[in-house]
Design a protein around this ligand. Sequence first.
Ligand code: AMP
Ligand code: ZN
Length: 126
Amino acid sequence: MSDCDFCVRIEQGEVIEQSTLAVAFADAFPISPGHTLVVSKRHEPDFFALSDMEQAALWVIALRARDRIMADHAPTGFNVAINVGADAGQTVDHAHLHIVPRYAGDVDDPRGGVRWVIPEHARYWD
Ligand code: AMP
Ligand code: ZN
């Protein structure tokens, strides 16, 4: 068995969406209700090293995951993000895209969204 948690999930079929090249499953430590990961079937740490076909397949599964999240949770927004490399915060070395549903009032001021990866530069509007 693989020593990669995501490969193990894929091998065991613990997924909520799948195609020949990509899968989706719930994030085990969700930022918000419905937080979903869209993951390449092939073990490759670097999202940008995936083939064009694999990247496109991730997006097709992302759209399906989005429809499922809308039906189950009715969020009012989304953050969609990919961490590429440890310096960008990637902690699982198997390429994946985060779909993070957002809900009105879930934080005091949501302005900036993914700009908060570097908090001191998030507030460009001040
Ligand atoms: P990243 O930091 O972009 O590599 O994101 C890794 C994500 O994987 C985090 O949001 C974790 O909560 C999630 N995660 C870690 N281990 C598992 C697992 N075994 N199954 C599902 N999600 C996981
Ligand atoms: Zn893997």
